[in-house]
Design a protein around this ligand. Structure first.
Ligand SMILES: [Cu+2]
Length: 375
Protein backbone atom coordinates (compact mmCIF):
# COMPACT_ATOMS: atom_id res chain seq x y z
CA UNK A 1 0.00 0.00 0.00
CA UNK A 2 2.79 2.39 0.99
CA UNK A 3 4.67 1.78 -2.26
CA UNK A 4 1.59 2.36 -4.34
CA UNK A 5 0.73 5.52 -2.46
CA UNK A 6 4.24 6.86 -3.01
CA UNK A 7 4.18 6.19 -6.72
CA UNK A 8 0.72 7.72 -6.99
CA UNK A 9 1.54 10.82 -5.01
CA UNK A 10 5.13 11.44 -6.03
CA UNK A 11 5.33 14.57 -8.20
CA UNK A 12 8.15 13.06 -10.20
CA UNK A 13 6.26 9.93 -11.17
CA UNK A 14 5.02 9.54 -14.73
CA UNK A 15 1.29 9.80 -15.46
CA UNK A 16 1.38 6.08 -16.17
CA UNK A 17 0.98 4.30 -12.82
CA UNK A 18 2.54 0.87 -12.70
CA UNK A 19 1.08 -1.71 -10.33
CA UNK A 20 2.57 -4.92 -9.06
CA UNK A 21 1.17 -8.15 -10.53
CA UNK A 22 -0.80 -8.88 -7.37
CA UNK A 23 -2.34 -5.44 -7.41
CA UNK A 24 -3.34 -5.65 -11.06
CA UNK A 25 -4.84 -9.10 -10.43
CA UNK A 26 -6.87 -7.61 -7.56
CA UNK A 27 -8.07 -4.88 -9.92
CA UNK A 28 -9.16 -7.50 -12.41
CA UNK A 29 -11.24 -9.31 -9.81
CA UNK A 30 -12.76 -5.96 -8.85
CA UNK A 31 -13.63 -5.39 -12.51
CA UNK A 32 -15.12 -8.88 -12.90
CA UNK A 33 -17.01 -8.43 -9.64
CA UNK A 34 -18.67 -5.23 -10.79
CA UNK A 35 -19.36 -7.00 -14.10
CA UNK A 36 -21.24 -9.72 -12.20
CA UNK A 37 -23.27 -7.01 -10.40
CA UNK A 38 -24.27 -5.56 -13.78
CA UNK A 39 -25.04 -9.02 -15.17
CA UNK A 40 -27.43 -9.63 -12.24
CA UNK A 41 -29.03 -6.22 -12.93
CA UNK A 42 -29.40 -7.17 -16.60
CA UNK A 43 -31.02 -10.51 -15.74
CA UNK A 44 -33.46 -8.66 -13.46
CA UNK A 45 -34.38 -6.26 -16.28
CA UNK A 46 -34.96 -8.91 -18.96
CA UNK A 47 -36.88 -11.34 -16.70
CA UNK A 48 -40.56 -10.68 -17.60
CA UNK A 49 -41.63 -11.71 -14.09
CA UNK A 50 -40.07 -8.52 -12.71
CA UNK A 51 -42.18 -6.32 -15.04
CA UNK A 52 -39.32 -3.81 -15.38
CA UNK A 53 -40.68 -2.20 -18.54
CA UNK A 54 -44.44 -2.18 -17.69
CA UNK A 55 -43.85 -0.65 -14.25
CA UNK A 56 -41.00 1.67 -15.23
CA UNK A 57 -43.03 4.88 -15.29
CA UNK A 58 -44.61 4.37 -11.89
CA UNK A 59 -41.26 3.29 -10.40
CA UNK A 60 -39.62 6.44 -11.72
CA UNK A 61 -42.44 8.57 -10.37
CA UNK A 62 -42.01 7.00 -6.92
CA UNK A 63 -38.60 8.71 -6.66
CA UNK A 64 -40.18 12.15 -7.13
CA UNK A 65 -40.28 12.77 -3.40
CA UNK A 66 -36.62 11.89 -2.86
CA UNK A 67 -35.01 13.62 -5.83
CA UNK A 68 -32.50 16.30 -4.96
CA UNK A 69 -33.80 19.62 -6.32
CA UNK A 70 -37.43 18.60 -6.64
CA UNK A 71 -39.65 16.08 -8.42
CA UNK A 72 -39.08 17.54 -11.92
CA UNK A 73 -36.45 15.01 -13.06
CA UNK A 74 -38.39 11.97 -11.84
CA UNK A 75 -41.54 13.25 -13.51
CA UNK A 76 -39.65 13.87 -16.77
CA UNK A 77 -38.25 10.34 -16.66
CA UNK A 78 -41.71 8.94 -15.84
CA UNK A 79 -43.22 10.76 -18.82
CA UNK A 80 -40.65 9.22 -21.21
CA UNK A 81 -40.67 5.61 -19.95
CA UNK A 82 -39.73 4.03 -23.27
CA UNK A 83 -36.66 6.23 -23.73
CA UNK A 84 -35.31 5.84 -20.21
CA UNK A 85 -36.21 2.17 -19.71
CA UNK A 86 -34.49 1.27 -23.01
CA UNK A 87 -31.54 3.51 -22.15
CA UNK A 88 -31.08 1.93 -18.73
CA UNK A 89 -31.40 -1.58 -20.20
CA UNK A 90 -28.84 -0.80 -22.95
CA UNK A 91 -26.43 0.84 -20.47
CA UNK A 92 -26.77 -2.13 -18.10
CA UNK A 93 -26.05 -4.57 -20.93
CA UNK A 94 -23.02 -2.61 -22.08
CA UNK A 95 -21.57 -2.34 -18.55
CA UNK A 96 -22.06 -6.09 -17.94
CA UNK A 97 -20.24 -7.01 -21.18
CA UNK A 98 -17.52 -4.35 -20.80
CA UNK A 99 -16.59 -5.27 -17.22
CA UNK A 100 -16.96 -9.04 -17.57
CA UNK A 101 -14.91 -9.30 -20.76
CA UNK A 102 -12.55 -6.43 -19.97
CA UNK A 103 -13.42 -4.42 -23.09
CA UNK A 104 -13.37 -0.60 -22.98
CA UNK A 105 -13.29 -0.72 -19.18
CA UNK A 106 -12.10 2.91 -19.03
CA UNK A 107 -15.21 4.16 -20.85
CA UNK A 108 -17.37 1.72 -18.87
CA UNK A 109 -15.99 3.12 -15.59
CA UNK A 110 -16.94 6.66 -16.67
CA UNK A 111 -20.41 5.55 -17.85
CA UNK A 112 -20.93 3.52 -14.67
CA UNK A 113 -19.85 6.43 -12.46
CA UNK A 114 -22.17 8.84 -14.31
CA UNK A 115 -25.00 6.33 -13.89
CA UNK A 116 -24.27 5.98 -10.16
CA UNK A 117 -24.23 9.76 -9.70
CA UNK A 118 -27.56 10.02 -11.53
CA UNK A 119 -29.14 7.36 -9.30
CA UNK A 120 -27.72 9.01 -6.19
CA UNK A 121 -29.11 12.43 -7.07
CA UNK A 122 -32.56 11.20 -8.14
CA UNK A 123 -32.99 8.88 -5.18
CA UNK A 124 -31.08 10.92 -2.65
CA UNK A 125 -33.92 11.08 -0.12
CA UNK A 126 -34.13 7.30 0.13
CA UNK A 127 -30.45 6.45 -0.15
CA UNK A 128 -29.66 6.56 3.53
CA UNK A 129 -33.15 5.79 4.79
CA UNK A 130 -33.66 2.42 6.49
CA UNK A 131 -35.98 0.58 6.48
CA UNK A 132 -37.32 1.38 3.07
CA UNK A 133 -33.95 2.12 1.50
CA UNK A 134 -33.63 1.20 -2.15
CA UNK A 135 -30.98 -0.57 -4.15
CA UNK A 136 -29.30 2.81 -4.47
CA UNK A 137 -27.64 2.14 -1.11
CA UNK A 138 -24.38 0.70 -2.54
CA UNK A 139 -23.95 3.49 -5.13
CA UNK A 140 -21.32 5.38 -3.09
CA UNK A 141 -19.34 2.11 -2.92
CA UNK A 142 -19.72 1.62 -6.69
CA UNK A 143 -18.41 5.15 -7.24
CA UNK A 144 -15.26 4.28 -5.30
CA UNK A 145 -14.82 1.10 -7.37
CA UNK A 146 -15.20 2.99 -10.66
CA UNK A 147 -12.67 5.53 -9.40
CA UNK A 148 -10.17 2.77 -8.57
CA UNK A 149 -10.69 1.12 -11.97
CA UNK A 150 -10.37 4.47 -13.75
CA UNK A 151 -7.14 5.45 -12.02
CA UNK A 152 -5.57 2.00 -11.83
CA UNK A 153 -6.77 0.50 -15.09
CA UNK A 154 -8.55 -2.81 -14.92
CA UNK A 155 -5.73 -5.13 -15.84
CA UNK A 156 -5.46 -7.00 -19.10
CA UNK A 157 -4.33 -10.58 -18.46
CA UNK A 158 -7.87 -11.92 -18.03
CA UNK A 159 -9.57 -9.62 -20.52
CA UNK A 160 -10.55 -9.87 -24.16
CA UNK A 161 -9.24 -6.45 -25.10
CA UNK A 162 -5.56 -7.31 -25.77
CA UNK A 163 -6.67 -10.02 -28.18
CA UNK A 164 -9.05 -7.56 -29.90
CA UNK A 165 -6.27 -4.96 -30.11
CA UNK A 166 -3.88 -7.51 -31.60
CA UNK A 167 -6.53 -8.38 -34.20
CA UNK A 168 -7.03 -4.70 -35.00
CA UNK A 169 -3.28 -4.16 -35.30
CA UNK A 170 -2.98 -7.13 -37.65
CA UNK A 171 -5.81 -5.77 -39.77
CA UNK A 172 -4.28 -2.29 -39.80
CA UNK A 173 -0.89 -3.70 -40.77
CA UNK A 174 -2.51 -5.05 -43.93
CA UNK A 175 -3.77 -1.54 -44.75
CA UNK A 176 -1.88 1.53 -45.84
CA UNK A 177 0.83 3.12 -43.76
CA UNK A 178 -1.00 6.46 -43.85
CA UNK A 179 -3.74 4.97 -41.66
CA UNK A 180 -1.25 4.50 -38.82
CA UNK A 181 -2.73 5.47 -35.49
CA UNK A 182 -0.41 6.38 -32.66
CA UNK A 183 -1.14 4.72 -29.38
CA UNK A 184 0.18 5.95 -26.08
CA UNK A 185 1.47 3.39 -23.61
CA UNK A 186 1.57 -0.34 -23.91
CA UNK A 187 -1.79 -1.01 -22.25
CA UNK A 188 -3.88 1.21 -24.51
CA UNK A 189 -7.51 1.53 -23.39
CA UNK A 190 -7.25 -0.90 -20.51
CA UNK A 191 -3.81 0.24 -19.44
CA UNK A 192 -3.16 3.36 -17.42
CA UNK A 193 -3.80 6.64 -19.20
CA UNK A 194 -3.06 10.24 -18.41
CA UNK A 195 -5.54 12.44 -16.58
CA UNK A 196 -6.03 14.66 -19.60
CA UNK A 197 -6.88 11.68 -21.82
CA UNK A 198 -9.32 10.36 -19.20
CA UNK A 199 -10.96 13.78 -19.04
CA UNK A 200 -11.16 13.98 -22.83
CA UNK A 201 -12.77 10.52 -22.95
CA UNK A 202 -15.23 11.61 -20.26
CA UNK A 203 -16.24 14.74 -22.18
CA UNK A 204 -16.66 12.77 -25.41
CA UNK A 205 -18.75 10.17 -23.59
CA UNK A 206 -20.95 12.81 -21.98
CA UNK A 207 -21.51 14.62 -25.30
CA UNK A 208 -22.39 11.31 -26.97
CA UNK A 209 -24.83 10.41 -24.18
CA UNK A 210 -26.50 13.84 -24.22
CA UNK A 211 -26.70 13.81 -28.03
CA UNK A 212 -28.22 10.34 -28.20
CA UNK A 213 -30.60 11.18 -25.35
CA UNK A 214 -31.74 14.41 -27.02
CA UNK A 215 -32.28 12.59 -30.31
CA UNK A 216 -34.42 9.97 -28.58
CA UNK A 217 -36.37 12.59 -26.60
CA UNK A 218 -37.12 14.47 -29.82
CA UNK A 219 -38.40 11.40 -31.66
CA UNK A 220 -40.24 9.50 -28.93
CA UNK A 221 -43.63 10.86 -27.82
CA UNK A 222 -44.22 11.47 -24.13
CA UNK A 223 -46.85 9.26 -22.58
CA UNK A 224 -49.74 11.13 -21.05
CA UNK A 225 -52.16 10.55 -18.19
CA UNK A 226 -51.75 10.87 -14.44
CA UNK A 227 -50.62 7.30 -13.90
CA UNK A 228 -48.19 6.71 -16.74
CA UNK A 229 -48.30 3.84 -19.19
CA UNK A 230 -50.65 1.32 -17.60
CA UNK A 231 -53.74 1.24 -19.80
CA UNK A 232 -54.30 -2.38 -18.70
CA UNK A 233 -55.23 -1.18 -15.22
CA UNK A 234 -58.47 0.49 -16.34
CA UNK A 235 -61.32 0.91 -15.46
CA UNK A 236 -60.69 3.33 -12.65
CA UNK A 237 -62.90 3.39 -9.56
CA UNK A 238 -62.95 6.17 -6.99
CA UNK A 239 -63.30 5.41 -3.28
CA UNK A 240 -63.78 8.13 -0.67
CA UNK A 241 -63.13 7.49 3.01
CA UNK A 242 -63.20 9.91 5.92
CA UNK A 243 -61.75 9.75 9.41
CA UNK A 244 -64.16 11.37 11.82
CA UNK A 245 -64.63 11.56 15.57
CA UNK A 246 -67.44 9.23 16.64
CA UNK A 247 -69.94 11.47 18.47
CA UNK A 248 -70.94 8.81 21.03
CA UNK A 249 -67.54 7.33 21.91
CA UNK A 250 -65.33 10.29 21.16
CA UNK A 251 -62.98 8.00 19.18
CA UNK A 252 -61.69 8.48 15.66
CA UNK A 253 -63.14 6.07 13.09
CA UNK A 254 -62.91 5.31 9.38
CA UNK A 255 -66.24 6.00 7.62
CA UNK A 256 -67.13 3.66 6.03
CA UNK A 257 -65.07 0.86 7.60
CA UNK A 258 -66.35 -1.92 5.32
CA UNK A 259 -66.58 -1.29 1.59
CA UNK A 260 -66.39 -2.88 -1.86
CA UNK A 261 -64.49 -2.02 -5.05
CA UNK A 262 -64.27 -3.83 -8.39
CA UNK A 263 -61.06 -5.48 -9.60
CA UNK A 264 -58.86 -2.89 -11.27
CA UNK A 265 -57.38 0.48 -10.49
CA UNK A 266 -58.85 2.30 -7.49
CA UNK A 267 -58.14 5.93 -6.60
CA UNK A 268 -58.66 6.25 -2.85
CA UNK A 269 -59.14 9.55 -1.05
CA UNK A 270 -58.94 9.68 2.76
CA UNK A 271 -60.13 12.90 4.34
CA UNK A 272 -58.60 12.83 7.82
CA UNK A 273 -60.50 15.15 10.15
CA UNK A 274 -58.68 13.93 13.27
CA UNK A 275 -56.21 16.12 15.15
CA UNK A 276 -52.54 16.52 14.18
CA UNK A 277 -50.49 13.74 15.84
CA UNK A 278 -46.75 13.15 16.07
CA UNK A 279 -45.70 9.49 15.75
CA UNK A 280 -42.03 9.14 16.68
CA UNK A 281 -40.56 5.88 15.40
CA UNK A 282 -43.09 5.74 12.58
CA UNK A 283 -41.99 3.53 9.67
CA UNK A 284 -43.44 6.22 7.44
CA UNK A 285 -42.65 4.81 4.01
CA UNK A 286 -45.52 4.37 1.59
CA UNK A 287 -45.84 0.83 0.22
CA UNK A 288 -47.99 -1.11 -2.20
CA UNK A 289 -49.50 1.86 -4.03
CA UNK A 290 -48.98 2.67 -7.70
CA UNK A 291 -45.59 4.35 -7.86
CA UNK A 292 -44.98 3.72 -4.16
CA UNK A 293 -46.34 7.16 -3.36
CA UNK A 294 -49.30 8.92 -1.86
CA UNK A 295 -50.38 12.53 -2.26
CA UNK A 296 -50.76 14.52 0.97
CA UNK A 297 -52.77 17.67 0.23
CA UNK A 298 -51.65 17.29 -3.38
CA UNK A 299 -47.93 16.74 -2.69
CA UNK A 300 -46.42 13.42 -3.82
CA UNK A 301 -44.62 11.61 -1.00
CA UNK A 302 -42.78 8.30 -0.78
CA UNK A 303 -41.97 8.94 2.88
CA UNK A 304 -44.34 10.94 5.07
CA UNK A 305 -42.85 13.13 7.87
CA UNK A 306 -43.59 11.50 11.22
CA UNK A 307 -44.26 14.94 12.73
CA UNK A 308 -47.89 14.39 11.79
CA UNK A 309 -49.18 10.86 11.23
CA UNK A 310 -52.54 10.41 12.94
CA UNK A 311 -53.56 7.10 11.32
CA UNK A 312 -52.51 4.62 8.66
CA UNK A 313 -54.37 2.52 6.13
CA UNK A 314 -52.71 -0.90 5.88
CA UNK A 315 -53.79 -3.95 3.89
CA UNK A 316 -51.24 -6.41 5.29
CA UNK A 317 -51.90 -9.25 2.83
CA UNK A 318 -51.29 -6.91 -0.13
CA UNK A 319 -48.35 -5.03 1.42
CA UNK A 320 -50.22 -1.73 1.23
CA UNK A 321 -49.28 1.02 3.68
CA UNK A 322 -50.53 4.58 3.46
CA UNK A 323 -49.94 7.24 6.12
CA UNK A 324 -52.69 9.67 7.03
CA UNK A 325 -51.69 12.97 8.66
CA UNK A 326 -54.34 14.67 10.79
CA UNK A 327 -56.28 17.53 9.19
CA UNK A 328 -55.28 16.48 5.68
CA UNK A 329 -56.51 14.92 2.48
CA UNK A 330 -54.58 11.83 1.34
CA UNK A 331 -54.93 10.38 -2.13
CA UNK A 332 -53.34 7.21 -3.50
CA UNK A 333 -53.84 4.62 -6.24
CA UNK A 334 -53.92 0.84 -5.83
CA UNK A 335 -54.27 -1.79 -8.56
CA UNK A 336 -56.39 -4.65 -7.24
CA UNK A 337 -55.71 -7.67 -9.42
CA UNK A 338 -57.53 -10.42 -7.50
CA UNK A 339 -61.08 -10.62 -6.13
CA UNK A 340 -61.46 -11.45 -2.46
CA UNK A 341 -61.96 -10.12 1.05
CA UNK A 342 -59.04 -8.17 2.46
CA UNK A 343 -58.65 -6.99 6.04
CA UNK A 344 -57.38 -3.47 6.52
CA UNK A 345 -56.11 -1.98 9.77
CA UNK A 346 -54.68 1.24 11.14
CA UNK A 347 -51.15 0.72 12.51
CA UNK A 348 -50.66 4.14 14.10
CA UNK A 349 -50.93 4.22 17.92
CA UNK A 350 -54.35 5.87 18.08
CA UNK A 351 -55.81 4.04 21.09
CA UNK A 352 -57.60 6.26 23.59
CA UNK A 353 -56.24 4.50 26.69
CA UNK A 354 -52.94 4.67 28.55
CA UNK A 355 -51.27 2.38 26.00
CA UNK A 356 -52.27 3.72 22.59
CA UNK A 357 -51.02 0.61 20.73
CA UNK A 358 -53.40 -1.71 22.60
CA UNK A 359 -56.54 0.17 23.52
CA UNK A 360 -59.64 0.99 21.41
CA UNK A 361 -60.28 2.31 18.90
CA UNK A 362 -56.93 0.79 17.81
CA UNK A 363 -57.74 -2.54 16.16
CA UNK A 364 -61.49 -2.15 16.73
CA UNK A 365 -63.59 -3.24 13.70
CA UNK A 366 -65.72 -0.38 12.48
CA UNK A 367 -63.23 2.14 13.84
CA UNK A 368 -59.60 1.31 12.99
CA UNK A 369 -60.11 -2.01 11.21
CA UNK A 370 -62.48 -3.39 8.63
CA UNK A 371 -62.94 -5.42 5.49
CA UNK A 372 -62.33 -4.42 1.90
CA UNK A 373 -64.15 -6.58 -0.65
CA UNK A 374 -62.66 -6.70 -4.14
CA UNK A 375 -64.74 -8.00 -7.07
CU1 LIG B 1 -55.83 4.92 13.77
Amino acid sequence: MAAASRSLLSPSSTPYVHFADLRSRALEFLRIGIGVVWLVNLLFIVDPANRFFPTFASSARSYASSTLGGPGIAQFVASHPLLFAAGIAATTGYLAVAFLLGVTTRVASIVGAAFAVGLLLTQFGSTFFFPGGTDVGPQPLYLVIYGVLLVGGAGTSLSLQPWLRARMRALRAEGTRTARVSSAGSGGWTGSISTSRALALGVVGLLLAVGIGAAFAATLPASSGPSGASPAATPVTYLNLTIEINATMGWPQYVPANFSVPVGRVVVTITDNDAVANWSGCPCNVRGTVGGIEYVNGTAMGIVPNSNVAHTFNIPSLGVQVLSPGQSVVRFVVDFTHAGNYSWICMAPCGAGASPYGTPPMGLPGYMAGTLTVG
